[in-house]
Ligand binder design. Structure first.
Ligand code: SAH
Ligand code: SF4
Ligand code: F3S
Length: 475
Protein backbone atom coordinates (compact mmCIF):
# COMPACT_ATOMS: atom_id res chain seq x y z
CA UNK A 1 0.00 0.00 0.00
CA UNK A 2 1.91 3.04 -1.14
CA UNK A 3 -0.83 5.55 -0.75
CA UNK A 4 -4.47 5.69 -0.08
CA UNK A 5 -7.07 7.97 -1.45
CA UNK A 6 -10.36 7.86 0.33
CA UNK A 7 -12.30 9.88 -2.13
CA UNK A 8 -11.51 9.33 -5.76
CA UNK A 9 -11.98 12.85 -7.05
CA UNK A 10 -8.35 13.83 -6.95
CA UNK A 11 -6.19 11.05 -8.31
CA UNK A 12 -8.76 9.29 -10.36
CA UNK A 13 -7.80 8.33 -13.87
CA UNK A 14 -10.35 8.58 -16.59
CA UNK A 15 -9.24 6.85 -19.69
CA UNK A 16 -9.88 8.44 -23.02
CA UNK A 17 -13.54 8.56 -22.32
CA UNK A 18 -16.40 10.52 -23.70
CA UNK A 19 -16.21 13.84 -25.34
CA UNK A 20 -18.90 16.29 -24.44
CA UNK A 21 -21.29 16.43 -27.28
CA UNK A 22 -22.36 13.39 -29.19
CA UNK A 23 -22.42 15.73 -32.19
CA UNK A 24 -18.69 15.76 -32.13
CA UNK A 25 -18.61 12.00 -32.38
CA UNK A 26 -21.06 11.97 -35.25
CA UNK A 27 -19.17 14.61 -37.16
CA UNK A 28 -16.81 13.21 -39.77
CA UNK A 29 -13.13 13.87 -39.22
CA UNK A 30 -10.26 12.56 -41.29
CA UNK A 31 -7.89 12.17 -38.40
CA UNK A 32 -8.67 11.17 -34.83
CA UNK A 33 -7.08 11.68 -31.46
CA UNK A 34 -7.34 9.73 -28.26
CA UNK A 35 -6.45 11.35 -24.93
CA UNK A 36 -5.89 9.90 -21.51
CA UNK A 37 -5.38 12.01 -18.38
CA UNK A 38 -3.64 11.45 -15.05
CA UNK A 39 -3.11 13.57 -11.95
CA UNK A 40 -5.13 16.43 -10.55
CA UNK A 41 -8.35 18.02 -11.76
CA UNK A 42 -6.34 20.75 -13.41
CA UNK A 43 -4.82 18.20 -15.73
CA UNK A 44 -8.28 16.92 -16.63
CA UNK A 45 -9.39 20.49 -17.28
CA UNK A 46 -6.32 20.99 -19.48
CA UNK A 47 -7.23 17.92 -21.52
CA UNK A 48 -10.52 19.66 -22.31
CA UNK A 49 -8.57 22.66 -23.59
CA UNK A 50 -6.37 20.34 -25.65
CA UNK A 51 -9.47 18.62 -27.08
CA UNK A 52 -10.78 22.04 -28.09
CA UNK A 53 -7.52 23.05 -29.81
CA UNK A 54 -7.34 19.73 -31.65
CA UNK A 55 -10.94 19.94 -32.77
CA UNK A 56 -10.30 23.41 -34.20
CA UNK A 57 -7.35 21.93 -36.08
CA UNK A 58 -9.61 19.32 -37.66
CA UNK A 59 -9.00 16.32 -35.41
CA UNK A 60 -11.98 14.39 -34.16
CA UNK A 61 -12.06 12.56 -30.83
CA UNK A 62 -12.18 8.81 -30.51
CA UNK A 63 -12.86 6.63 -27.49
CA UNK A 64 -11.09 3.74 -29.11
CA UNK A 65 -7.33 3.87 -28.94
CA UNK A 66 -6.99 1.50 -31.93
CA UNK A 67 -8.77 4.04 -34.17
CA UNK A 68 -6.48 6.91 -33.23
CA UNK A 69 -3.97 8.62 -35.49
CA UNK A 70 -2.73 10.53 -32.48
CA UNK A 71 -2.47 9.35 -28.90
CA UNK A 72 -1.96 11.85 -26.10
CA UNK A 73 -1.20 11.10 -22.51
CA UNK A 74 -1.57 14.02 -20.11
CA UNK A 75 0.83 13.22 -17.32
CA UNK A 76 1.45 13.88 -13.61
CA UNK A 77 4.76 14.07 -11.74
CA UNK A 78 3.53 14.63 -8.20
CA UNK A 79 4.84 11.30 -6.88
CA UNK A 80 7.14 8.71 -8.36
CA UNK A 81 4.28 6.25 -8.58
CA UNK A 82 2.31 8.66 -10.79
CA UNK A 83 5.21 8.71 -13.24
CA UNK A 84 5.55 4.92 -13.18
CA UNK A 85 1.87 4.55 -14.07
CA UNK A 86 2.38 6.78 -17.10
CA UNK A 87 5.44 4.85 -18.27
CA UNK A 88 3.54 1.56 -18.05
CA UNK A 89 0.73 3.01 -20.11
CA UNK A 90 3.19 4.31 -22.68
CA UNK A 91 4.55 0.80 -23.15
CA UNK A 92 1.11 -0.25 -24.39
CA UNK A 93 0.85 2.69 -26.76
CA UNK A 94 4.29 2.00 -28.17
CA UNK A 95 3.17 -1.51 -28.99
CA UNK A 96 0.38 0.00 -31.13
CA UNK A 97 2.89 2.23 -32.86
CA UNK A 98 4.97 -0.75 -33.89
CA UNK A 99 1.90 -2.02 -35.75
CA UNK A 100 0.91 1.33 -37.22
CA UNK A 101 3.91 3.40 -38.21
CA UNK A 102 1.97 6.60 -38.93
CA UNK A 103 0.62 6.73 -35.38
CA UNK A 104 1.93 9.69 -33.37
CA UNK A 105 2.34 9.55 -29.59
CA UNK A 106 2.42 12.76 -27.59
CA UNK A 107 3.25 13.31 -23.95
CA UNK A 108 1.57 16.34 -22.37
CA UNK A 109 1.50 17.86 -18.89
CA UNK A 110 3.76 17.80 -15.90
CA UNK A 111 6.04 14.89 -16.80
CA UNK A 112 6.64 16.45 -20.20
CA UNK A 113 7.62 19.66 -18.46
CA UNK A 114 9.82 17.95 -15.89
CA UNK A 115 11.74 15.75 -18.29
CA UNK A 116 11.64 17.93 -21.42
CA UNK A 117 13.57 16.50 -24.38
CA UNK A 118 15.08 13.86 -22.07
CA UNK A 119 11.73 12.14 -22.53
CA UNK A 120 12.49 11.59 -26.20
CA UNK A 121 15.82 10.02 -25.34
CA UNK A 122 14.30 7.78 -22.69
CA UNK A 123 11.17 6.82 -24.63
CA UNK A 124 12.25 6.45 -28.23
CA UNK A 125 8.79 5.93 -29.67
CA UNK A 126 7.37 9.19 -28.31
CA UNK A 127 6.99 11.84 -31.05
CA UNK A 128 5.79 14.92 -29.20
CA UNK A 129 6.59 16.39 -25.79
CA UNK A 130 4.46 19.39 -24.84
CA UNK A 131 4.40 21.26 -21.54
CA UNK A 132 1.24 22.67 -19.89
CA UNK A 133 1.69 26.19 -21.24
CA UNK A 134 2.39 25.19 -24.84
CA UNK A 135 -0.87 23.60 -25.98
CA UNK A 136 -1.61 26.31 -28.52
CA UNK A 137 1.39 25.08 -30.50
CA UNK A 138 -0.10 21.57 -30.77
CA UNK A 139 -1.40 21.80 -34.38
CA UNK A 140 1.94 23.09 -35.60
CA UNK A 141 3.92 20.49 -33.63
CA UNK A 142 1.69 17.70 -34.91
CA UNK A 143 2.49 18.70 -38.49
CA UNK A 144 6.18 18.74 -37.65
CA UNK A 145 6.00 15.33 -36.04
CA UNK A 146 4.01 13.96 -38.98
CA UNK A 147 6.88 15.14 -41.18
CA UNK A 148 9.21 12.91 -39.19
CA UNK A 149 10.74 15.41 -36.79
CA UNK A 150 10.63 15.02 -33.04
CA UNK A 151 8.60 17.94 -31.70
CA UNK A 152 9.13 19.55 -28.30
CA UNK A 153 7.69 22.68 -26.70
CA UNK A 154 8.04 22.98 -22.95
CA UNK A 155 8.20 26.74 -22.62
CA UNK A 156 6.47 28.00 -19.51
CA UNK A 157 4.60 31.26 -19.72
CA UNK A 158 3.84 34.07 -17.30
CA UNK A 159 0.61 34.96 -19.10
CA UNK A 160 -0.99 31.89 -20.66
CA UNK A 161 -4.36 31.03 -19.10
CA UNK A 162 -6.15 29.71 -22.24
CA UNK A 163 -8.83 32.25 -21.27
CA UNK A 164 -10.34 32.46 -24.77
CA UNK A 165 -10.47 28.71 -25.39
CA UNK A 166 -13.80 27.11 -24.79
CA UNK A 167 -13.04 23.66 -23.34
CA UNK A 168 -14.62 20.61 -24.96
CA UNK A 169 -16.11 18.82 -21.95
CA UNK A 170 -14.51 15.40 -21.72
CA UNK A 171 -16.17 12.64 -19.78
CA UNK A 172 -18.88 15.01 -18.67
CA UNK A 173 -22.05 13.98 -16.88
CA UNK A 174 -23.58 17.18 -18.27
CA UNK A 175 -24.19 18.41 -14.72
CA UNK A 176 -20.80 19.10 -13.13
CA UNK A 177 -17.94 21.00 -14.72
CA UNK A 178 -14.48 22.16 -13.68
CA UNK A 179 -13.37 25.66 -14.59
CA UNK A 180 -9.71 26.70 -14.32
CA UNK A 181 -9.37 30.16 -12.80
CA UNK A 182 -5.61 30.28 -12.53
CA UNK A 183 -2.44 28.41 -13.43
CA UNK A 184 0.89 27.71 -11.80
CA UNK A 185 1.95 28.15 -8.19
CA UNK A 186 4.16 30.69 -6.46
CA UNK A 187 4.51 28.74 -3.24
CA UNK A 188 7.60 26.73 -2.70
CA UNK A 189 6.51 23.82 -0.56
CA UNK A 190 9.81 21.98 -0.33
CA UNK A 191 8.38 18.56 -1.28
CA UNK A 192 6.45 19.74 -4.33
CA UNK A 193 7.24 19.55 -8.02
CA UNK A 194 4.28 21.67 -9.17
CA UNK A 195 6.05 25.08 -9.21
CA UNK A 196 8.61 23.51 -11.58
CA UNK A 197 6.12 21.82 -13.86
CA UNK A 198 3.43 24.50 -13.94
CA UNK A 199 5.46 27.68 -13.60
CA UNK A 200 4.52 31.01 -12.07
CA UNK A 201 1.07 31.71 -10.74
CA UNK A 202 -1.25 33.74 -12.97
CA UNK A 203 -4.96 34.48 -12.71
CA UNK A 204 -7.36 34.22 -15.61
CA UNK A 205 -9.43 37.18 -16.77
CA UNK A 206 -12.61 37.12 -14.63
CA UNK A 207 -14.81 38.11 -17.59
CA UNK A 208 -13.86 34.93 -19.43
CA UNK A 209 -14.47 32.84 -16.29
CA UNK A 210 -17.94 34.30 -15.74
CA UNK A 211 -18.76 33.86 -19.42
CA UNK A 212 -17.72 30.21 -19.33
CA UNK A 213 -19.77 29.60 -16.17
CA UNK A 214 -22.84 31.34 -17.63
CA UNK A 215 -22.57 29.23 -20.78
CA UNK A 216 -22.31 26.08 -18.68
CA UNK A 217 -25.40 27.06 -16.73
CA UNK A 218 -27.32 27.75 -19.95
CA UNK A 219 -26.28 24.33 -21.20
CA UNK A 220 -27.78 22.59 -18.19
CA UNK A 221 -24.78 22.36 -15.88
CA UNK A 222 -25.71 22.79 -12.22
CA UNK A 223 -22.38 22.53 -10.43
CA UNK A 224 -19.12 24.33 -11.13
CA UNK A 225 -15.82 23.74 -9.38
CA UNK A 226 -13.36 26.61 -9.68
CA UNK A 227 -9.88 25.20 -9.97
CA UNK A 228 -6.39 26.36 -9.08
CA UNK A 229 -3.42 25.11 -7.06
CA UNK A 230 -4.13 27.90 -4.60
CA UNK A 231 -7.47 29.49 -5.46
CA UNK A 232 -7.44 31.89 -2.52
CA UNK A 233 -4.57 33.83 -4.00
CA UNK A 234 -6.59 34.53 -7.17
CA UNK A 235 -6.08 38.20 -8.01
CA UNK A 236 -6.86 39.95 -11.26
CA UNK A 237 -5.96 43.57 -11.79
CA UNK A 238 -7.38 44.97 -14.99
CA UNK A 239 -5.24 47.17 -17.18
CA UNK A 240 -8.14 49.65 -17.16
CA UNK A 241 -7.81 51.71 -14.00
CA UNK A 242 -11.54 52.24 -13.70
CA UNK A 243 -12.03 48.51 -12.97
CA UNK A 244 -11.09 47.56 -9.40
CA UNK A 245 -8.97 44.42 -8.88
CA UNK A 246 -10.88 41.17 -8.41
CA UNK A 247 -10.08 38.90 -5.46
CA UNK A 248 -11.10 35.27 -5.07
CA UNK A 249 -13.99 36.29 -2.80
CA UNK A 250 -15.22 38.73 -5.49
CA UNK A 251 -14.98 36.06 -8.16
CA UNK A 252 -16.75 33.47 -6.03
CA UNK A 253 -19.59 35.89 -5.45
CA UNK A 254 -19.93 36.72 -9.15
CA UNK A 255 -20.14 33.04 -10.07
CA UNK A 256 -22.64 32.39 -7.26
CA UNK A 257 -24.82 35.23 -8.56
CA UNK A 258 -25.29 33.56 -11.96
CA UNK A 259 -28.18 31.59 -10.47
CA UNK A 260 -29.24 30.21 -7.08
CA UNK A 261 -29.69 26.91 -8.96
CA UNK A 262 -25.98 26.72 -9.74
CA UNK A 263 -23.78 25.14 -7.06
CA UNK A 264 -20.30 26.57 -6.72
CA UNK A 265 -17.30 24.68 -5.34
CA UNK A 266 -13.59 25.42 -5.37
CA UNK A 267 -10.28 23.67 -4.86
CA UNK A 268 -7.58 23.94 -3.48
CA UNK A 269 -7.24 26.34 -0.56
CA UNK A 270 -3.86 26.98 0.98
CA UNK A 271 -4.42 27.56 4.72
CA UNK A 272 -2.26 30.67 4.65
CA UNK A 273 -4.41 32.35 2.00
CA UNK A 274 -8.03 31.53 2.77
CA UNK A 275 -9.40 34.79 4.14
CA UNK A 276 -12.36 35.86 6.27
CA UNK A 277 -13.62 37.61 3.16
CA UNK A 278 -13.92 34.23 1.42
CA UNK A 279 -15.57 32.64 4.48
CA UNK A 280 -18.08 35.50 4.72
CA UNK A 281 -18.86 35.19 1.01
CA UNK A 282 -19.48 31.47 1.49
CA UNK A 283 -21.78 32.19 4.43
CA UNK A 284 -23.78 34.73 2.43
CA UNK A 285 -24.61 32.50 -0.55
CA UNK A 286 -26.45 29.25 -0.02
CA UNK A 287 -25.32 27.94 -3.40
CA UNK A 288 -21.62 28.21 -2.50
CA UNK A 289 -21.00 24.76 -1.09
CA UNK A 290 -19.91 24.58 2.51
CA UNK A 291 -16.83 22.55 1.93
CA UNK A 292 -13.15 23.45 2.10
CA UNK A 293 -10.25 21.28 1.06
CA UNK A 294 -7.52 22.55 3.36
CA UNK A 295 -4.32 20.49 3.01
CA UNK A 296 -2.44 20.32 6.31
CA UNK A 297 0.43 18.06 5.14
CA UNK A 298 1.71 17.52 8.69
CA UNK A 299 0.61 18.25 12.26
CA UNK A 300 4.12 19.02 13.46
CA UNK A 301 5.30 22.64 13.40
CA UNK A 302 8.88 21.48 13.00
CA UNK A 303 8.05 19.40 9.91
CA UNK A 304 5.77 22.14 8.53
CA UNK A 305 8.72 24.49 8.68
CA UNK A 306 10.93 22.06 6.76
CA UNK A 307 8.09 21.70 4.26
CA UNK A 308 8.04 25.48 3.91
CA UNK A 309 4.28 25.60 4.43
CA UNK A 310 4.56 28.99 6.20
CA UNK A 311 2.14 28.12 9.04
CA UNK A 312 2.48 26.33 12.35
CA UNK A 313 0.29 23.66 13.89
CA UNK A 314 -1.36 26.25 16.15
CA UNK A 315 -1.96 28.65 13.30
CA UNK A 316 -3.62 25.95 11.21
CA UNK A 317 -5.81 24.89 14.16
CA UNK A 318 -6.87 28.52 14.66
CA UNK A 319 -7.82 28.67 10.96
CA UNK A 320 -10.02 25.59 11.39
CA UNK A 321 -11.59 27.21 14.49
CA UNK A 322 -12.31 30.31 12.43
CA UNK A 323 -14.00 28.24 9.71
CA UNK A 324 -16.12 26.46 12.31
CA UNK A 325 -17.12 29.80 13.85
CA UNK A 326 -18.13 31.48 10.60
CA UNK A 327 -19.44 28.34 8.87
CA UNK A 328 -20.62 25.92 11.57
CA UNK A 329 -21.78 23.29 9.06
CA UNK A 330 -18.71 23.38 6.80
CA UNK A 331 -17.09 20.15 5.63
CA UNK A 332 -13.29 20.11 5.82
CA UNK A 333 -10.89 17.69 4.18
CA UNK A 334 -7.09 17.55 4.04
CA UNK A 335 -4.02 16.26 2.24
CA UNK A 336 -1.47 14.62 4.48
CA UNK A 337 2.07 13.50 3.69
CA UNK A 338 3.60 10.90 5.94
CA UNK A 339 7.28 10.09 6.32
CA UNK A 340 8.67 13.44 5.21
CA UNK A 341 12.41 13.97 5.82
CA UNK A 342 13.36 13.75 9.54
CA UNK A 343 9.78 12.99 10.65
CA UNK A 344 9.97 11.15 14.01
CA UNK A 345 7.36 9.43 16.17
CA UNK A 346 6.47 12.63 17.99
CA UNK A 347 5.89 14.44 14.68
CA UNK A 348 3.75 11.54 13.56
CA UNK A 349 1.71 11.70 16.80
CA UNK A 350 1.25 15.43 16.13
CA UNK A 351 -0.26 14.58 12.75
CA UNK A 352 -2.64 12.06 14.30
CA UNK A 353 -3.71 14.54 16.96
CA UNK A 354 -4.27 17.42 14.53
CA UNK A 355 -6.50 15.11 12.50
CA UNK A 356 -8.57 14.43 15.61
CA UNK A 357 -8.70 18.11 16.45
CA UNK A 358 -9.85 19.10 12.95
CA UNK A 359 -12.24 16.15 12.60
CA UNK A 360 -11.61 15.90 8.86
CA UNK A 361 -14.55 14.48 6.93
CA UNK A 362 -12.07 12.81 4.61
CA UNK A 363 -8.42 13.05 3.62
CA UNK A 364 -6.04 12.21 0.85
CA UNK A 365 -3.04 10.53 2.46
CA UNK A 366 0.32 9.98 0.82
CA UNK A 367 3.73 8.56 1.59
CA UNK A 368 6.43 11.12 0.95
CA UNK A 369 8.00 10.60 -2.45
CA UNK A 370 11.17 12.53 -3.15
CA UNK A 371 10.95 14.51 -6.37
CA UNK A 372 14.15 15.44 -8.20
CA UNK A 373 14.96 19.16 -8.20
CA UNK A 374 12.65 20.13 -5.32
CA UNK A 375 14.00 22.03 -2.31
CA UNK A 376 13.59 18.96 -0.09
CA UNK A 377 15.47 16.74 -2.52
CA UNK A 378 18.34 19.19 -2.56
CA UNK A 379 18.44 20.01 1.15
CA UNK A 380 17.24 17.04 3.19
CA UNK A 381 17.81 13.30 3.19
CA UNK A 382 14.75 11.12 2.51
CA UNK A 383 15.61 9.34 5.75
CA UNK A 384 12.42 7.70 7.04
CA UNK A 385 12.69 3.97 6.24
CA UNK A 386 10.03 2.58 3.90
CA UNK A 387 8.52 0.19 6.45
CA UNK A 388 8.10 3.03 8.95
CA UNK A 389 6.49 5.23 6.30
CA UNK A 390 4.05 2.43 5.55
CA UNK A 391 3.21 1.80 9.17
CA UNK A 392 2.60 5.50 9.77
CA UNK A 393 0.40 5.69 6.68
CA UNK A 394 -1.66 2.79 7.99
CA UNK A 395 -2.12 4.57 11.31
CA UNK A 396 -3.15 7.78 9.59
CA UNK A 397 -5.56 5.90 7.35
CA UNK A 398 -7.23 4.15 10.28
CA UNK A 399 -7.51 7.45 12.13
CA UNK A 400 -9.21 8.95 9.07
CA UNK A 401 -11.51 5.95 8.72
CA UNK A 402 -12.64 6.45 12.30
CA UNK A 403 -13.14 10.20 11.80
CA UNK A 404 -15.04 9.72 8.52
CA UNK A 405 -17.40 7.22 10.09
CA UNK A 406 -18.00 9.46 13.12
CA UNK A 407 -18.58 12.43 10.86
CA UNK A 408 -21.12 10.52 8.78
CA UNK A 409 -22.86 9.18 11.88
CA UNK A 410 -23.36 12.76 13.08
CA UNK A 411 -25.38 13.39 9.90
CA UNK A 412 -27.96 10.68 10.54
CA UNK A 413 -31.36 12.31 10.97
CA UNK A 414 -30.36 15.49 9.10
CA UNK A 415 -31.90 16.56 5.79
CA UNK A 416 -29.94 17.93 2.86
CA UNK A 417 -30.86 19.51 -0.45
CA UNK A 418 -28.70 17.65 -2.95
CA UNK A 419 -28.03 17.71 -6.67
CA UNK A 420 -28.69 14.41 -8.48
CA UNK A 421 -25.54 13.48 -10.43
CA UNK A 422 -26.71 10.17 -11.84
CA UNK A 423 -27.34 6.55 -10.94
CA UNK A 424 -25.60 5.11 -7.93
CA UNK A 425 -22.80 2.85 -9.18
CA UNK A 426 -23.93 -0.11 -7.13
CA UNK A 427 -27.65 0.06 -7.69
CA UNK A 428 -29.50 1.52 -10.69
CA UNK A 429 -32.61 1.86 -8.52
CA UNK A 430 -30.78 4.50 -6.49
CA UNK A 431 -29.57 8.01 -7.22
CA UNK A 432 -26.12 9.31 -6.38
CA UNK A 433 -25.72 12.91 -5.23
CA UNK A 434 -23.39 14.96 -3.04
CA UNK A 435 -24.40 17.29 -0.27
CA UNK A 436 -23.02 20.78 0.24
CA UNK A 437 -20.24 19.29 2.43
CA UNK A 438 -19.14 17.16 -0.55
CA UNK A 439 -20.26 13.88 1.00
CA UNK A 440 -21.68 11.24 -1.30
CA UNK A 441 -25.39 10.62 -0.65
CA UNK A 442 -27.29 7.67 -2.16
CA UNK A 443 -31.05 7.14 -1.96
CA UNK A 444 -33.78 5.06 -3.65
CA UNK A 445 -35.45 6.65 -6.69
CA UNK A 446 -38.83 5.31 -5.57
CA UNK A 447 -41.72 6.42 -7.77
CA UNK A 448 -40.65 10.03 -8.00
CA UNK A 449 -40.02 11.52 -11.44
CA UNK A 450 -36.75 13.22 -10.58
CA UNK A 451 -33.92 13.15 -13.09
CA UNK A 452 -30.20 13.86 -13.25
CA UNK A 453 -29.58 17.58 -12.59
CA UNK A 454 -32.61 18.01 -10.28
CA UNK A 455 -32.35 19.18 -6.70
CA UNK A 456 -34.04 17.03 -4.11
CA UNK A 457 -34.22 16.96 -0.31
CA UNK A 458 -32.95 13.78 1.28
CA UNK A 459 -33.12 12.74 4.92
CA UNK A 460 -30.17 10.66 6.08
CA UNK A 461 -31.12 7.35 7.67
CA UNK A 462 -27.88 5.38 7.66
CA UNK A 463 -24.23 5.59 6.64
CA UNK A 464 -20.97 3.82 5.96
CA UNK A 465 -17.56 5.36 6.34
CA UNK A 466 -17.70 6.66 2.76
CA UNK A 467 -21.39 7.22 2.03
CA UNK A 468 -24.55 8.69 3.49
CA UNK A 469 -27.75 6.74 2.80
CA UNK A 470 -31.12 8.39 2.89
CA UNK A 471 -34.62 8.79 1.53
CA UNK A 472 -36.31 11.49 -0.45
CA UNK A 473 -38.50 13.79 1.61
CA UNK A 474 -41.26 15.44 -0.35
CA UNK A 475 -40.12 18.94 -1.31
N1 SAH B 1 -1.91 22.86 -4.50
C1 SAH B 1 -2.37 21.93 -3.61
C2 SAH B 1 -1.83 20.54 -3.73
C3 SAH B 1 -1.32 20.04 -4.98
S1 SAH B 1 -0.58 18.47 -4.97
C4 SAH B 1 -2.04 22.44 -2.26
O1 SAH B 1 -1.13 23.19 -2.07
O2 SAH B 1 -2.68 22.02 -1.34
C5 SAH B 1 -1.72 17.46 -4.07
C6 SAH B 1 -1.13 16.84 -2.85
O3 SAH B 1 -0.12 15.91 -3.20
C7 SAH B 1 -0.43 17.78 -1.89
O4 SAH B 1 -1.31 18.50 -1.09
C8 SAH B 1 0.42 16.84 -1.10
O5 SAH B 1 -0.26 16.30 0.00
C9 SAH B 1 0.72 15.72 -2.08
N2 SAH B 1 2.11 15.77 -2.53
C10 SAH B 1 2.74 16.75 -3.18
N3 SAH B 1 4.04 16.45 -3.38
C11 SAH B 1 4.23 15.24 -2.81
C12 SAH B 1 5.38 14.40 -2.65
N4 SAH B 1 6.57 14.75 -3.10
N5 SAH B 1 5.21 13.21 -2.01
C13 SAH B 1 4.00 12.84 -1.53
N6 SAH B 1 2.91 13.60 -1.65
C14 SAH B 1 3.01 14.79 -2.27
FE1 SF4 C 1 2.71 22.38 -4.40
FE2 SF4 C 1 2.62 23.90 -2.26
FE3 SF4 C 1 2.00 24.94 -4.64
FE4 SF4 C 1 0.37 23.19 -3.50
S1 SF4 C 1 0.89 25.22 -2.72
S2 SF4 C 1 1.04 23.18 -5.61
S3 SF4 C 1 1.75 21.80 -2.46
S4 SF4 C 1 4.01 24.19 -3.99
FE1 F3S D 1 0.25 16.19 -11.03
FE2 F3S D 1 0.87 18.31 -12.35
FE3 F3S D 1 -1.44 18.18 -11.15
S1 F3S D 1 2.24 17.15 -11.08
S2 F3S D 1 -1.00 16.87 -9.40
S3 F3S D 1 -0.79 16.91 -12.80
S4 F3S D 1 -0.21 19.98 -11.43
Amino acid sequence: MEELILDKTQDETRQGEAYATTDLFQKKFERHFYIESYGCQMNFADSEVVASILQEAGFGPTRNVEDADLIFINTCSIREKAEQTVRKRLTNFKRLKRQKKSLLIGVLGCMAERLKSKFLEEEKLVDLVIGPDAYRSLPHLIEEAAGGQKAVNVLLSREETYADISPVRIDSNGISAFVSIMRGCNNMCSFCVVPFTRGRERSRDPQSIIQECEDLYKNGYREITLLGQNVDSYYYASSFESFPPITFANLLEKVAQISPELLVRFSTSHPKDISDEVLHTMAMHENICKYIHLPVQSGSSRVLQLMNRTYTREWYMAKVDRIRTLLPDCGISADIITGFCTEDEKDHQDTLSIMEYCKYDFSYMFIYSERPGTLAARRYADDVPEDIKKRRLEEIVSMQNKLSLESNQRDIGKSYKVLIEGDSKKNKEEWKARNSQNKVVVFPKENYTYKKGDFVTVKIADCTQGTLKGNIVAN
